[in-house]
Design a protein around this ligand. Structure first.
Ligand SMILES: [Zn+2]
Length: 210
């Protein structure tokens, strides 16, 4: 796999219609995204926090989890958030053929469509695995990948206050797409501290465009 720094540089050369890596720096908006849910232990608490702060976000859902927890998907939508496609079973995409990757993506799109009526959802491959073949295939069918410009590192299983300190020392900028995960309570704990601070700094929080 291409190391992350090189990969972001590569991705930024591609047009936004093909790969979204960040949004306009002009609006004072941060784009919160959460991968790997819906999770019966953690997603509801995160939704409570987002509602408390009037924050909208995008949830990149795993299809298998959608089948298991449909009521959480309904709640995500009812509270104004948007859905993204994070594959059906979260496999290692680098070991799959294009047909296998598309089966993972299409199966999840069909599940998500049943909830929000949108035919195609932005795709975030598991672990952000990048493939030019998949990217071009999706682009040919007017479908888009969605990556991120700011990695919260919440998947490193460090204490939440350590992550908060690191994010304070390297704060996100307007237009950043923030990568987080709702399969642990880490993101809820760190956002409980940071959302009020970011709001006081003039930011609003929005879902990615459909
Ligand atoms: Zn994931």
């Amino acid at each position: 796999m291409i190391p992350w720094l090189k990969r972001t540089q590569l991705l930024r050369w591609l047009p936004d219609a093909v790969v979204l890596t960040r949004m306009s720096r002009r609006d004072n908006t941060l784009y919160l995204t959460f991968d790997d849910g819906p999770d019966p232990r953690y997603t509801a608490g995160l939704l409570d926090l987002l509602r408390m702060h009037g924050a909208q976000a995008t949830f990149f859902l795993i299809g298998r989890q959608v089948e298991r927890h449909p009521q959480l998907v309904e709640r995500i939508l009812a509270e104004g958030h948007r859905l993204g496609n994070h594959s059906y079973s979260h496999p290692r995409f680098n070991g799959l053929s294009l047909a296998q990757k598309m089966e993972e993506i299409d199966r999840t799109d069909r599940l998500l469509t049943a909830f929000d009526g949108i035919r195609h959802h932005a795709v975030r491959p598991p672990s952000g695995a990048f493939s030019l073949v998949l990217t071009l295939h999706l682009a040919r069918h007017r479908r888009r990948l969605a990556y991120w410009s700011y990695d919260s590192l919440d998947y490193q299983h460090r204490p939440a206050d350590e992550l908060v300190e690191r994010m304070r020392s390297r704060p996100p900028r307007a237009g950043d797409i923030l990568l987080m995960h709702d399969d642990s309570e880490c993101c809820t704990r760190m956002l409980g501290v940071l959302l009020p601070e970011w709001r006081a700094g003039g930011f609003r929080f929005a879902a990615l465009p459909a």
